[in-house]
Design a protein around this ligand. Structure first.
Ligand SMILES: Nc1ncnc2[nH]cnc12
Ligand SMILES: [Zn+2]
Length: 355
């Protein structure tokens, strides 16, 4: 990974993560432990489920987003009780704290639990308890983003949106925004126009996965039809120069996930993730882990992988980190704290690293 002095600098930066699926932080080790504790039978006809080691080995051979999602949905079937969800999120926050994360805006996929008979409030209570502990124990602030699974029928998504418990969580502030995830290519953003209009009406923040495997038109549709404020992934933006210039001009932020893109074969090498192109064009982006337990790394691993591939300067890292803070959905007071910390870290490291 990156050279040790730069590694320490990247570790100390007050990083913000905007693209991390809590269910994607379920390690094979924890998956097997919970399967045993909760009496869940894992698929017998897939050799990958023989042991945590064989499962981890299978994760290194994903061929596409859908190939990964197959394992992702089986994996989360072991999550049953409120404490399972709390433990899962705490596992993430512990890794994130070691990586020097300051603030996280994390996704969760309620429909995948509701359809297994787990209530929305069970999931929310577990994740909310972990968020409170993460702030107290690690000083990590966080927001929750409720995702809609785009491979499910739109009426199913709409009924979750209208559910009384879901609406209560939107209105009492325990959930900050909505997202759109899961299999991308066959499910264009416009299908979800009504839900996003309803979310805007409620004053919720809005983001959507677009341009991961799907075309650049999904990015423009997410912006124009869904009126999202952020784009998750968005790497196929490079295929539309006019849209790229517009996104740069409007200051719309992308949540880029380099290790994910490589593991899911969206790019062959990290050097193909359009980091240089985005920096040169003035496109704002943050660097994120997506599903860290499945893609071989948490946030600092993603920062290091980008540094290895692009050898960015201290000034470039500072501007990436600043964009992440400014593009977060937390209070201005929290942003000011993180910006002050950024100045302090850069002031200390810049003379050593630029020498
Ligand atoms: N990278 C990703 N893309 C779409 N849906 C997801 N759900 C979890 N990770 C995802
Ligand atoms: Zn994602």
């Amino acid at each position: 990974m990156c050279k040790s002095t730069f590694h320490s600098f990247l570790q100390e930066l007050p990083k913000c993560e905007h693209h991390m699926h809590l269910e994607g932080s379920l390690s094979p080790e924890v998956l097997f432990t919970l399967a045993k504790r909760n009496n869940i039978t894992l698929p017998q006809d897939d050799d990958a489920f023989q042991s945590p080691e064989t499962l981890l080995a299978r994760y290194s051979r994903f061929t596409s987003l859908d190939d990964f999602l197959h394992y992702y949905y089986i994996g989360m079937s072991v999550l049953i009780s409120e404490s399972d969800f709390e433990d899962l999120a705490m596992d993430y926050f512990r890794h994130a704290a070691a990586d020097g994360l300051a603030h996280a805006e994390v996704f969760f996929d309620p429909q995948a639990h509701i359809e297994r008979g787990i209530t929305y409030n069970t999931v929310l209570a577990g994740f909310s308890a972990a968020r409170a502990r993460a702030e107290k124990e690690f000083g990590i602030t966080s927001e929750l983003i409720c995702c809609f699974l785009r491979h499910l029928p739109v009426p199913n998504c709409m009924s979750m949106f209208k559910d009384a418990d879901v609406q209560a969580s939107f209105k009492n502030g325990s959930v900050t925004g909505i997202g759109l995830d899961s299999s991308e290519k066959p499910f264009p953003p416009a299908l979800f126009e009504e839900i996003y209009a309803g979310a805007k009406e409620l004053g919720l923040r809005r983001t959507a996965h677009a341009g991961e495997e799907g075309p650049a038109t999904f990015i423009s549709d997410a912006l124009d039809v869904l009126k999202v404020e952020r784009i998750d992934h968005g790497i196929r933006l490079v295929e539309d120069e006019a849209l790229l210039q517009k996104i740069a001009k409007d200051g719309t932020m992308l949540s880029v996930c380099p290790l994910s893109n490589k593991v899911l074969c969206c790019v062959k090498e990290i050097s193909e993730v359009p980091i240089r192109k985005f920096l040169d064009a003035g496109v704002k982006f943050s660097i994120n882990s997506d599903d860290p337990a499945y893609f071989g790394g948490y946030i600092l691993d993603n920062y290091c992988a980008v540094h290895e591939a692009f050898n960015l300067s201290v000034a470039e890292w500072t501007s990436i980190c600043r964009a992440g803070i400014e593009g977060s959905w937390c209070s201005q007071a929290r942003k000011d704290e993180m910006l002050a910390r950024l100045d302090e870290v850069v002031g200390r490291w810049a003379p050593k690293l630029s020498a």
